[in-house]
Design a binder for this molecule. Structure first.
Ligand SMILES: [Zn+2]
Length: 258
C-alpha cells in the first residue's frame, strides 16, 4: 500500500486548467480527470490513502467535503503563501471535523519579495493555528529557507511537519532534517537534480496535477503515479519497492495519524 500525502484532486478548477493546457501526443480527455476517476485509478494502483491539500479557505473547505465523502481520503487546511494579503477570516473557520494537518503554508519568493511582511504574518497565524490544535504542518517553501527558519524560532514547540516538494540545497535539507521534519518526495526528484532525503524521513506525494514523474513527463499528474516515485526511490536506495512502500507509508501514518 502507498500513500499520496499531497494531492489536489478535489480542486477540479486546477485540474481542468492543467488538462486544458496539455497538447500534442498526451492530449487528455477531460472526462478522465474527475475527482472520482482519479481516486478510482489511485486505488487500482495500490494508493490506498490520499491527503487533499487546501491552498485557500474555500479550497480547504472543498477538500474537507471531498474527504468526508470518501474513506481513506484526508484533508488539510491551509492558505498558500501566494494568497498572503488577501482577505480571509481567522476566527472560527475550521470545521468541527478537524483536518489532519495545517498546510500548505509557508513562504514563496519566486514571484519577487514585495509582500514578505504579508507572507510572514500569514505563516505565523497558520503556525499558531497548528500549535493551538496540535496539528502537524505541511510546508511549501521556495527560495525562502533562511526566513522560514527564522520564523520557526518563534514556535519552538512545533516539531511535526513535512517540507513538501523539497527542491533546495543539501544544506537546507540537512537543516530541515535537524528540525525533525519529514521531506515530501514527488515527480520532481525523478527528473531534477535535487537532494534526496533518507527513506526514514521521506513521504511520497504527487502534488498532482503538477510535476508528473518519469516516465509520465508531459502528462497530467495524478495520485496513481505515486508508484513511479516509489520506484525511483527503490532504485536510488537499491532496495525493494515493498521496502519503500512500507517505510514511507509508516512515515505518513505516523505524522498525520491516519
Ligand atoms: Zn500542493
Amino acid at each position: 500500500m502507498l500513500v499520496d500525502s499531497h494531492c489536489h484532486i478535489h480542486d477540479q478548477d486546477t485540474y481542468e486548467y492543467v488538462v486544458s493546457r496539455v497538447q500534442g501526443k498526451y492530449k487528455p480527455n477531460p472526462n478522465d480527470y474527475t475527482p472520482e476517476k482519479l481516486l478510482a485509478r489511485a486505488h487500482e494502483n495500490g494508493i490506498e490513502k490520499l491527503i487533499c491539500i487546501g491552498t485557500s479557505h474555500e479550497d480547504s473547505i472543498k477538500a474537507c467535503e471531498f474527504a468526508a465523502r470518501h474513506e481513506n481520503v484526508f484533508w488539510s487546511y491551509g492558505i498558500h503563501p501566494d494568497e498572503a494579503g488577501s482577505n480571509w477570516q481567522m476566527e472560527g473557520f475550521l470545521p468541527e471535523e478537524l483536518p489532519v494537518a495545517i498546510g500548505e503554508i509557508g513562504l514563496d519568493y519566486r514571484n519577487g519579495t514585495t509582500n514578505k511582511e504579508a507572507q510572514f504574518k500569514l505563516l505565523e497565524q497558520m503556525l499558531q493555528l497548528a500549535t493551538d490544535h496540535n496539528l502537524p504542518c505541511i510546508f511549501h517553501i521556495r527560495e525562502a529557507f533562511d526566513d522560514f527558519f527564522a520564523v520557526l524560532r518563534n514556535f519552538p514547540g512545533l516539531k511535526r511537519a513535512v517540507v513538501h516538494s523539497f527542491s533546495d540545497s543539501s544544506d537546507n535539507l540537512e537543516k530541515c532534517l535537524n528540525e525533525g521534519f519529514y521531506i515530501g518526495v514527488n515527480g520532481l526528484s525523478t527528473f531534477a537534480d535535487i537532494p534526496i532525503p533518507p527513506l526514514e524521513r521521506a513521504l511520497l506525494e504527487t502534488d498532482s496535477p503538477f510535476l508528473a514523474p518519469v516516465p509520465h513527463r508531459g502528462e497530467v499528474d495524478e495520485p496513481a503515479f505515486v508508484k513511479n516515485v516509489a520506484n525511483f526511490l527503490a532504485i536510488h536506495y537499491q532496495t525493494t519497492f515493498e521496502d519503500v512502500a512500507k517505510i514511507t507509508t509508516d512515515n505518513a501514518e505516523r505524522l498525520f495519524d491516519i
